[in-house]
Design a protein. Sequence first.
Length: 256
Amino acid sequence: MITILPEVVEDIPVIHIFEANKQEAALPTIFFLHGFTSVKERNLHYGYLLAQKGFRVVMPEALLHGERRPSGVSDTKLNLAFWDIVLRSIREVDLLRKIYVGRGLVDEERIGVAGTSMGAITMLGALTQYDWIKAGVSLMGNPFYEEFALALIDQVKKLGLTGDIDDSVLESKLVQLRDYDPSRRIDEFAGRPLLFWHGKKDDVVPFHFAYKFYEQLLAKNMYEPEKLEFIVDDEAGHMVSWDGALRLVDWFEKYV
């Protein structure tokens, strides 16, 4: 039997998923991060599939999403907060790890992180910061933080959504990203198993960013061939296929 347990940890709502008879065991653990404007509950199938394979799964709610979205927060404010949310989530995944490890629930040598869209972007940034991540899966992510941020800023400017925000404020946000930008810190990946899945017709997080990064990782010769993979779905847009979900589970079974 699989237990799905809603919790609040340090003011972060999470869904905690595990096999019922292993509630107190130190298990291999996956932190799964949801996408922009989504909620943790929309990814329950990943948690269920992973728990069936013996993993503990922790699915946090991102800042300004789901249970953490105060009334009155507009879509415009949410869009402008995108990178603040990403950086906050990078810090929070480490906080959650420490707490669950402290409870004796995590095998510290067997921890993975995955995410969809914004969650995958967050996961890639976390890989630049934390050597405790043994393997990662990016579902529709983008490793080029600054380049993607500039594209998003240009988009919101064209839509007139930046309001009275000064360009110097936007520039300061770009500076903050540089310490986390995977494209600037590629050596931090250090050959850790990494799977990319991306739909070629994705018009939200364009496919070419992730594939370009994959090619850069290959060129670095830091990876054993089987530990770096890019799955392309030629027909998919910005939605992960069922096969993509199963490949994620297979990846963590193999490398965590």
